[in-house]
Design a protein around this ligand. Structure first.
Ligand SMILES: NCC(=O)CCC(=O)O
Ligand SMILES: [Mg+2]
Length: 330
Protein backbone atom coordinates (compact mmCIF):
# COMPACT_ATOMS: atom_id res chain seq x y z
CA UNK A 1 0.00 0.00 0.00
CA UNK A 2 1.19 3.51 -0.72
CA UNK A 3 0.02 6.82 0.62
CA UNK A 4 -2.95 8.51 -0.98
CA UNK A 5 -3.70 12.11 -1.92
CA UNK A 6 -2.96 14.60 -0.46
CA UNK A 7 -0.06 12.92 1.36
CA UNK A 8 0.96 11.54 -1.99
CA UNK A 9 1.21 14.14 -4.74
CA UNK A 10 2.71 12.63 -7.91
CA UNK A 11 3.44 16.10 -9.30
CA UNK A 12 6.03 16.67 -6.54
CA UNK A 13 8.37 14.44 -8.54
CA UNK A 14 7.84 16.53 -11.67
CA UNK A 15 8.20 19.95 -10.11
CA UNK A 16 11.71 20.91 -11.33
CA UNK A 17 14.30 19.73 -13.87
CA UNK A 18 16.64 18.38 -11.18
CA UNK A 19 14.04 16.11 -9.64
CA UNK A 20 12.78 14.97 -13.03
CA UNK A 21 16.36 14.03 -13.94
CA UNK A 22 16.82 12.26 -10.61
CA UNK A 23 13.65 10.22 -10.96
CA UNK A 24 13.97 9.30 -14.65
CA UNK A 25 13.58 5.53 -14.96
CA UNK A 26 15.16 5.28 -18.40
CA UNK A 27 17.81 7.23 -20.29
CA UNK A 28 19.11 7.32 -23.80
CA UNK A 29 22.83 7.05 -24.38
CA UNK A 30 24.75 7.10 -27.68
CA UNK A 31 25.82 3.50 -26.96
CA UNK A 32 22.16 2.49 -27.36
CA UNK A 33 22.29 3.02 -31.11
CA UNK A 34 23.30 1.05 -34.16
CA UNK A 35 23.62 3.21 -37.28
CA UNK A 36 22.56 1.63 -40.59
CA UNK A 37 24.69 2.71 -43.57
CA UNK A 38 23.89 2.11 -47.24
CA UNK A 39 26.66 1.28 -49.70
CA UNK A 40 26.62 1.89 -53.45
CA UNK A 41 28.96 1.00 -56.26
CA UNK A 42 31.36 3.50 -57.76
CA UNK A 43 33.94 5.96 -56.52
CA UNK A 44 33.77 9.18 -54.57
CA UNK A 45 29.96 9.33 -54.44
CA UNK A 46 27.22 10.22 -52.02
CA UNK A 47 23.76 9.37 -53.40
CA UNK A 48 20.89 10.94 -51.42
CA UNK A 49 17.94 8.54 -51.00
CA UNK A 50 14.77 10.41 -51.91
CA UNK A 51 12.52 8.15 -49.84
CA UNK A 52 14.72 8.68 -46.76
CA UNK A 53 15.30 12.43 -46.54
CA UNK A 54 18.69 13.06 -44.92
CA UNK A 55 20.03 9.53 -45.58
CA UNK A 56 22.47 8.70 -48.40
CA UNK A 57 24.20 5.78 -49.99
CA UNK A 58 27.99 6.03 -49.91
CA UNK A 59 30.66 4.44 -52.06
CA UNK A 60 33.11 2.15 -50.28
CA UNK A 61 35.89 4.77 -50.33
CA UNK A 62 33.62 7.12 -48.34
CA UNK A 63 32.23 4.66 -45.81
CA UNK A 64 35.23 4.74 -43.47
CA UNK A 65 34.63 8.43 -42.75
CA UNK A 66 30.98 7.69 -41.91
CA UNK A 67 32.11 5.03 -39.42
CA UNK A 68 34.61 7.41 -37.82
CA UNK A 69 31.86 10.01 -37.50
CA UNK A 70 29.60 7.47 -35.78
CA UNK A 71 32.39 6.38 -33.45
CA UNK A 72 33.16 10.00 -32.56
CA UNK A 73 29.49 10.44 -31.61
CA UNK A 74 29.71 7.45 -29.24
CA UNK A 75 27.83 4.97 -31.43
CA UNK A 76 29.24 1.46 -30.88
CA UNK A 77 28.19 -0.27 -34.09
CA UNK A 78 27.20 0.29 -37.72
CA UNK A 79 24.98 -1.96 -39.85
CA UNK A 80 25.89 -2.18 -43.53
CA UNK A 81 23.41 -2.61 -46.40
CA UNK A 82 24.45 -2.82 -50.06
CA UNK A 83 22.69 -1.52 -53.14
CA UNK A 84 23.95 -4.20 -55.51
CA UNK A 85 24.30 -3.07 -59.14
CA UNK A 86 21.40 -4.39 -61.24
CA UNK A 87 23.43 -6.66 -63.54
CA UNK A 88 24.77 -8.54 -60.49
CA UNK A 89 21.27 -9.46 -59.26
CA UNK A 90 20.38 -13.00 -60.26
CA UNK A 91 17.82 -15.71 -59.51
CA UNK A 92 20.48 -17.59 -57.54
CA UNK A 93 21.85 -14.50 -55.68
CA UNK A 94 25.42 -15.61 -56.41
CA UNK A 95 26.82 -12.14 -55.70
CA UNK A 96 25.93 -12.62 -52.02
CA UNK A 97 28.78 -15.15 -51.83
CA UNK A 98 31.38 -13.09 -53.66
CA UNK A 99 34.12 -12.31 -51.11
CA UNK A 100 34.81 -9.10 -53.01
CA UNK A 101 31.19 -7.88 -53.15
CA UNK A 102 30.14 -4.41 -52.01
CA UNK A 103 29.35 -5.45 -48.46
CA UNK A 104 32.65 -7.28 -47.92
CA UNK A 105 34.63 -4.36 -49.31
CA UNK A 106 32.67 -2.00 -47.08
CA UNK A 107 33.31 -4.13 -43.97
CA UNK A 108 37.05 -3.99 -44.67
CA UNK A 109 36.93 -0.25 -45.33
CA UNK A 110 35.17 0.37 -42.01
CA UNK A 111 37.58 -1.87 -40.12
CA UNK A 112 40.58 -0.14 -41.72
CA UNK A 113 39.27 3.34 -40.99
CA UNK A 114 37.84 2.69 -37.54
CA UNK A 115 38.83 -0.63 -35.94
CA UNK A 116 37.11 0.43 -32.69
CA UNK A 117 33.58 0.28 -34.09
CA UNK A 118 31.50 -2.89 -34.38
CA UNK A 119 30.26 -3.96 -37.80
CA UNK A 120 26.96 -5.75 -38.31
CA UNK A 121 26.10 -7.29 -41.67
CA UNK A 122 22.72 -8.32 -42.99
CA UNK A 123 22.30 -11.97 -43.94
CA UNK A 124 19.51 -12.25 -46.51
CA UNK A 125 19.36 -12.47 -50.27
CA UNK A 126 17.04 -9.58 -51.18
CA UNK A 127 19.83 -7.18 -52.23
CA UNK A 128 21.16 -9.88 -54.58
CA UNK A 129 18.08 -11.50 -56.16
CA UNK A 130 16.55 -10.18 -59.35
CA UNK A 131 13.06 -10.76 -57.87
CA UNK A 132 13.71 -8.96 -54.56
CA UNK A 133 12.81 -11.88 -52.27
CA UNK A 134 15.03 -12.79 -49.32
CA UNK A 135 15.68 -16.29 -50.61
CA UNK A 136 15.67 -18.71 -53.54
CA UNK A 137 12.23 -19.24 -55.08
CA UNK A 138 10.45 -22.08 -56.82
CA UNK A 139 8.47 -21.75 -60.06
CA UNK A 140 5.44 -20.41 -58.14
CA UNK A 141 7.53 -17.71 -56.49
CA UNK A 142 7.50 -19.46 -53.10
CA UNK A 143 10.72 -18.96 -51.09
CA UNK A 144 12.42 -22.32 -50.48
CA UNK A 145 13.43 -22.61 -46.83
CA UNK A 146 16.19 -25.20 -46.65
CA UNK A 147 17.91 -24.34 -49.92
CA UNK A 148 17.90 -20.68 -48.94
CA UNK A 149 19.26 -21.49 -45.50
CA UNK A 150 22.23 -23.31 -47.06
CA UNK A 151 23.08 -20.18 -49.10
CA UNK A 152 22.65 -17.94 -46.04
CA UNK A 153 25.19 -20.06 -44.18
CA UNK A 154 27.73 -19.43 -46.95
CA UNK A 155 26.82 -15.74 -47.03
CA UNK A 156 27.36 -15.42 -43.27
CA UNK A 157 30.75 -17.15 -43.56
CA UNK A 158 31.84 -14.80 -46.36
CA UNK A 159 30.83 -11.78 -44.25
CA UNK A 160 32.53 -13.13 -41.12
CA UNK A 161 35.67 -13.78 -43.14
CA UNK A 162 35.58 -10.16 -44.38
CA UNK A 163 35.58 -9.02 -40.75
CA UNK A 164 31.94 -8.65 -39.70
CA UNK A 165 31.60 -8.76 -35.91
CA UNK A 166 27.89 -9.53 -35.93
CA UNK A 167 26.02 -11.38 -38.65
CA UNK A 168 22.32 -10.62 -38.62
CA UNK A 169 20.03 -12.99 -40.50
CA UNK A 170 17.00 -10.94 -41.51
CA UNK A 171 15.39 -13.50 -43.82
CA UNK A 172 13.06 -15.37 -41.41
CA UNK A 173 13.91 -18.84 -42.76
CA UNK A 174 13.36 -21.58 -40.17
CA UNK A 175 16.53 -23.14 -38.77
CA UNK A 176 19.05 -20.72 -40.25
CA UNK A 177 20.40 -19.44 -36.93
CA UNK A 178 21.46 -22.93 -35.85
CA UNK A 179 22.95 -23.68 -39.26
CA UNK A 180 24.93 -20.42 -39.25
CA UNK A 181 26.13 -20.94 -35.67
CA UNK A 182 27.38 -24.47 -36.46
CA UNK A 183 29.18 -23.27 -39.60
CA UNK A 184 30.82 -20.35 -37.78
CA UNK A 185 32.10 -22.69 -35.08
CA UNK A 186 33.48 -25.11 -37.67
CA UNK A 187 35.18 -22.22 -39.47
CA UNK A 188 36.88 -21.09 -36.25
CA UNK A 189 34.73 -17.97 -36.10
CA UNK A 190 33.61 -18.55 -32.54
CA UNK A 191 33.67 -14.83 -31.69
CA UNK A 192 31.36 -13.79 -34.50
CA UNK A 193 28.05 -12.93 -32.88
CA UNK A 194 24.60 -13.56 -34.30
CA UNK A 195 21.85 -10.99 -33.95
CA UNK A 196 18.73 -12.78 -35.14
CA UNK A 197 15.92 -10.84 -36.73
CA UNK A 198 13.77 -13.21 -34.69
CA UNK A 199 10.39 -11.50 -34.88
CA UNK A 200 10.33 -9.70 -38.21
CA UNK A 201 6.89 -8.74 -39.38
CA UNK A 202 5.59 -8.45 -42.94
CA UNK A 203 5.23 -4.71 -42.60
CA UNK A 204 4.17 -1.77 -44.74
CA UNK A 205 6.90 0.29 -43.04
CA UNK A 206 9.80 -1.09 -45.14
CA UNK A 207 9.08 0.86 -48.33
CA UNK A 208 11.91 3.44 -48.19
CA UNK A 209 14.47 0.75 -47.28
CA UNK A 210 13.59 -1.21 -50.38
CA UNK A 211 14.22 1.91 -52.44
CA UNK A 212 17.51 2.41 -50.61
CA UNK A 213 18.81 -1.07 -51.49
CA UNK A 214 17.11 -1.08 -54.88
CA UNK A 215 14.89 -4.12 -54.31
CA UNK A 216 11.51 -2.36 -54.10
CA UNK A 217 10.68 -2.11 -57.79
CA UNK A 218 11.72 -5.72 -58.36
CA UNK A 219 9.67 -7.40 -55.67
CA UNK A 220 6.99 -9.68 -57.04
CA UNK A 221 4.24 -10.48 -54.57
CA UNK A 222 4.89 -9.96 -50.88
CA UNK A 223 6.89 -11.50 -48.04
CA UNK A 224 4.01 -12.88 -45.99
CA UNK A 225 5.11 -16.47 -46.64
CA UNK A 226 8.14 -15.95 -44.40
CA UNK A 227 7.77 -12.74 -42.40
CA UNK A 228 5.30 -12.65 -39.51
CA UNK A 229 1.65 -11.66 -39.57
CA UNK A 230 1.15 -8.32 -37.75
CA UNK A 231 -1.85 -9.96 -36.06
CA UNK A 232 0.39 -12.25 -34.01
CA UNK A 233 2.23 -11.74 -30.71
CA UNK A 234 2.41 -15.19 -29.08
CA UNK A 235 4.02 -16.47 -32.27
CA UNK A 236 6.83 -13.95 -31.79
CA UNK A 237 7.70 -15.55 -28.46
CA UNK A 238 7.99 -18.94 -30.17
CA UNK A 239 10.18 -17.46 -32.90
CA UNK A 240 12.48 -15.85 -30.32
CA UNK A 241 12.66 -19.04 -28.23
CA UNK A 242 13.77 -20.99 -31.30
CA UNK A 243 16.47 -18.52 -32.30
CA UNK A 244 17.88 -18.41 -28.76
CA UNK A 245 17.93 -22.20 -28.63
CA UNK A 246 19.73 -22.27 -31.98
CA UNK A 247 22.50 -19.99 -30.71
CA UNK A 248 21.48 -16.38 -31.30
CA UNK A 249 23.45 -14.04 -29.04
CA UNK A 250 20.94 -11.23 -29.49
CA UNK A 251 17.45 -11.07 -30.87
CA UNK A 252 15.53 -8.33 -32.63
CA UNK A 253 11.95 -7.22 -33.02
CA UNK A 254 11.15 -5.34 -36.23
CA UNK A 255 9.58 -2.88 -37.03
CA UNK A 256 9.83 -0.81 -33.87
CA UNK A 257 7.12 1.55 -32.73
CA UNK A 258 4.06 -0.43 -33.84
CA UNK A 259 5.50 -3.53 -32.08
CA UNK A 260 6.50 -2.17 -28.66
CA UNK A 261 4.16 -4.71 -27.06
CA UNK A 262 6.11 -7.53 -28.70
CA UNK A 263 9.43 -6.01 -27.67
CA UNK A 264 8.30 -5.71 -24.05
CA UNK A 265 6.96 -9.26 -24.00
CA UNK A 266 10.17 -10.68 -25.49
CA UNK A 267 12.40 -8.83 -23.05
CA UNK A 268 10.29 -9.87 -20.08
CA UNK A 269 10.10 -13.53 -21.08
CA UNK A 270 13.68 -14.20 -22.16
CA UNK A 271 15.95 -11.59 -20.60
CA UNK A 272 18.42 -11.82 -23.49
CA UNK A 273 19.86 -8.79 -25.30
CA UNK A 274 16.89 -7.58 -27.32
CA UNK A 275 17.12 -4.98 -30.06
CA UNK A 276 14.47 -2.98 -31.84
CA UNK A 277 14.71 -1.79 -35.43
CA UNK A 278 13.07 1.57 -35.96
CA UNK A 279 12.63 0.99 -39.67
CA UNK A 280 12.75 3.23 -42.70
CA UNK A 281 9.02 3.98 -42.81
CA UNK A 282 9.12 5.09 -39.18
CA UNK A 283 12.08 7.36 -39.94
CA UNK A 284 10.28 8.81 -42.95
CA UNK A 285 7.10 9.30 -40.92
CA UNK A 286 8.98 11.40 -38.35
CA UNK A 287 10.81 13.42 -41.01
CA UNK A 288 7.63 14.15 -42.98
CA UNK A 289 5.63 14.93 -39.83
CA UNK A 290 8.30 17.39 -38.68
CA UNK A 291 8.58 18.96 -42.14
CA UNK A 292 4.79 19.42 -42.19
CA UNK A 293 4.89 21.19 -38.83
CA UNK A 294 3.13 18.37 -36.99
CA UNK A 295 5.78 18.16 -34.29
CA UNK A 296 9.25 19.19 -33.22
CA UNK A 297 11.75 16.97 -35.03
CA UNK A 298 14.30 16.60 -32.23
CA UNK A 299 11.61 15.91 -29.64
CA UNK A 300 9.92 13.34 -31.88
CA UNK A 301 13.24 11.56 -32.41
CA UNK A 302 14.15 11.40 -28.73
CA UNK A 303 10.67 10.49 -27.50
CA UNK A 304 10.29 7.59 -29.91
CA UNK A 305 13.77 6.26 -29.10
CA UNK A 306 13.19 6.55 -25.37
CA UNK A 307 10.01 4.51 -25.80
CA UNK A 308 12.15 1.58 -26.98
CA UNK A 309 14.25 1.79 -23.83
CA UNK A 310 11.12 1.89 -21.68
CA UNK A 311 9.82 -1.20 -23.45
CA UNK A 312 13.06 -3.02 -22.59
CA UNK A 313 15.29 -2.62 -25.65
CA UNK A 314 19.01 -3.22 -25.14
CA UNK A 315 19.60 -1.06 -28.20
CA UNK A 316 17.97 0.39 -31.27
CA UNK A 317 18.85 0.29 -34.94
CA UNK A 318 17.81 3.70 -36.19
CA UNK A 319 18.54 5.99 -39.13
CA UNK A 320 18.37 8.80 -36.56
CA UNK A 321 21.32 7.38 -34.61
CA UNK A 322 23.74 10.22 -35.38
CA UNK A 323 21.18 12.96 -34.75
CA UNK A 324 20.07 11.30 -31.54
CA UNK A 325 23.61 10.74 -30.25
CA UNK A 326 24.43 14.40 -30.86
CA UNK A 327 21.20 15.60 -29.29
CA UNK A 328 21.86 13.58 -26.16
CA UNK A 329 25.42 14.91 -25.94
CA UNK A 330 23.85 18.41 -26.14
N1 LIG B 1 17.05 -6.14 -43.19
C1 LIG B 1 16.98 -4.77 -42.88
C2 LIG B 1 15.68 -4.18 -43.28
O1 LIG B 1 14.89 -4.85 -43.90
C3 LIG B 1 15.39 -2.77 -42.86
C4 LIG B 1 13.98 -2.36 -43.16
C5 LIG B 1 13.71 -0.89 -43.02
O2 LIG B 1 14.49 -0.11 -42.47
O3 LIG B 1 12.64 -0.50 -43.47
MG1 LIG C 1 12.39 -18.03 -37.04
Amino acid sequence: MTAAFPALRMRRGRSAPWIRAMLAEHRLHPSDFILPLFICDGQGCEEPIAALPGVSRWTVDKIGARAREAHAAGIPCVALFPNTPGPLRTVGAEEALNPDNLICRAVKAVKDACPEIGVLTDVALDPYTEHGHDGLIDERGCVLNDLTSAVLVQQALVQAEAGADIVAPSDMMDGRVGAIRTALEQAGKCDTAIMAYAAKYASAFYGPFRDAVGSGGRLKGDKRGYQMDPANAAEALREVALDIAEGADMVMVKPGMPYLDVLAAVRKRFEVPTFAYQVSGEYAMIEHAAAAGAGDRDALILETLLAFKRAGASGILTYHALDAARLIAG
